[in-house]
Write a protein that binds this ligand. Structure first.
Ligand code: SAH
Length: 434
């Protein structure tokens, strides 16, 4: 039940494959489910755009990712923390001729380097428990394109009064709720429930517990940790046998609900690429937002550098009265010689800070860059601020800055998850002076 990808290192420092994964490798699925249910959920999620962009989170060895790619004609970005599962998926995709339409990436589902609104479908079968249903639903909402849909399966009580034994078992792993509880949580996280599909009992067995039981029967008890892993597995399966009527897996097809009026920011910002008339205001915003003129001068030096400046990616956010209050700039940099974008400076007039002007400018700049076919974006900044746009530590991509900064301050984002990202050293334009 507990997929933990951080086994203790051996004495020689090499991580062993945990007994848990020895038991689980090579199985069709890593949780209750079936192709039939994946298909039914896909039906209930539709109609979808012609070649939907799909994000499969906690994809495991990728049974659903493969089906989704094959049957929708879309592109699947499949994410899991456990590398060997990603390897199994990549190999299966190649065997099925789907390699150009499935990308397997190692990220944590709670820190995804993807921009807002980039996916038509988010799929998570048997994996949402890793970060919790409510957290997942809130975090993933921003990733859905307009009209997008989120499909998750989750374990839940099928009775409000489960037997104390099975309740005690689940409580040590993951607190289940009833359907009502999950439905309410989905609504509170900002979704409308489009469809609800309880999974049949066979979906626990045919491709999950039955092959696992067969595997367990031949497992080597001498393998480090195996005795414990087998005991945990037998307990889990025993619970299902004895109390299967008390809990089930269920699929939820969720559509983002419009944000209620009282939760919207009260300010509305008009964002646009800079025009010649904005240049003085941009300088003023940067002078006011930073202690020195460095950033204001940097913008001007970049504007004069034809190799670094990209028309359309210097964006202002104006208040209703026309005041240019927020600013964001993307300029050309390189990673390992490949083109990328550097975000910065981002600035807001002090009187307008914390009202969404900066975010509005950044989101518009990122969307414009995506429309231009750009992919990798780097930012050096506050690790509390930039993850809301999808930035994660650049080190996760194997990208490093040419200066010493705390790992979490150098961040990266990919605008098109279908495109590979270069790794290596960032080279900034000369104007940055680094
Ligand atoms: N969807 C697959 C796998 C479900 S098992 C299927 O139905 O077969 C749950 C998966 O979540 C495992 O593959 C595990 O490696 C992965 N996982 C666990 N924590 C994760 C995290 N934080 N981010 C991404 N994947 C995670």
């Amino acid at each position: 039940m507990n997929h933990n990808d951080t086994p203790a290192p051996n004495a020689d420092g090499a991580p062993p494959t945990s007994a848990f994964f020895v038991l689980h490798h090579g199985l069709p699925r890593q949780g209750p489910g079936s192709d039939a249910v994946t298909r039914q959920l896909l039906d209930l999620a539709g109609p979808l755009p012609e070649r939907p962009r799909i994000l499969d989170l906690g994809c495991g060895p990728g049974r659903s990712a493969l089906l989704l790619a094959a049957e929708t004609g879309g592109h699947v970005t499949a994410v899991d923390l456990h590398r060997p599962f990603l390897g199994e998926l990549t190999a299966a995709a190649a065997r099925q001729g789907l390699e150009s339409r499935i990308r397997a990436l190692r990220w944590s589902m709670d820190r995804l380097p993807f921009p807002d609104h980039g996916f038509d479908v988010i799929w998570a079968e048997g994996s949402v428990y890793n970060i919790g249903f409510d957290v997942a639903l809130r975090l993933w909402r921003r990733l859905l394109a307009p009209g997008g849909v989120l499909v998750v399966t989750e374990a839940e009580w099928s009775t409000p009064t489960p037997s104390p034994q099975v309740r005690a078992f689940w409580d040590t792993h993951y607190s289940l709720r009833t359907h009502d509880g999950n439905a309410r949580a989905a609504q509170e996280a900002g979704y409308r429930i489009g469809a609800y599909l309880p999974l049949p009992d066979e979906d626990w067995w045919d491709e999950y517990y039955t092959p696992l039981t067969e595997r367990a029967a031949t497992a080597d008890p001498e393998y480090p940790g195996m005795v414990k892993a087998l005991a945990a597995l037998h307990e889990e399966i025993d619970m299902r046998r004895r109390y299967g009527a008390d809990y089930r897996y269920a699929g939820y097809v969720l559509h983002p609900a419009p944000v209620p009026v009282d939760e919207r920011t009260t300010m509305t910002w008009t964002t646009r690429p800079e025009t010649p008339g904005d240049i003085d205001a941009i300088r003023a915003v940067n002078l006011a937002a930073f202690p020195t003129a460095l950033e204001a001068d940097l913008v001007e030096a970049l504007r004069a550098d034809r190799a670094a400046w990209i028309d359309g990616l210097s964006v202002v956010a104006a208040a209703e009265d026309g005041t240019v209050a927020g600013y964001a700039l993307l300029s050309r940099c390189h990673v390992d010689g490949e083109p990328a974008l550097a975000l910065g400076p981002c600035a807001v007039l002090p009187a307008y800070q914390k009202q969404g002007a900066g975010s509005a400018a950044i989101r518009t700049a990122l969307a414009a860059a995506r429309d231009m076919g750009e992919n990798l974006v780097l930012v050096l900044g506050h690790p509390e601020y930039y993850p809301r746009f999808g930035f994660v530590p650049a080190s996760g991509f194997g990208i490093r800055p040419p200066f010493d900064v705390p790992d979490e301050a150098m961040m990266a984002l990919t605008l098109d998850p279908a495109v590979p990202v270069p790794t290596g050293l960032i080279r900034y334009p000369a104007a940055f002076g680094v």
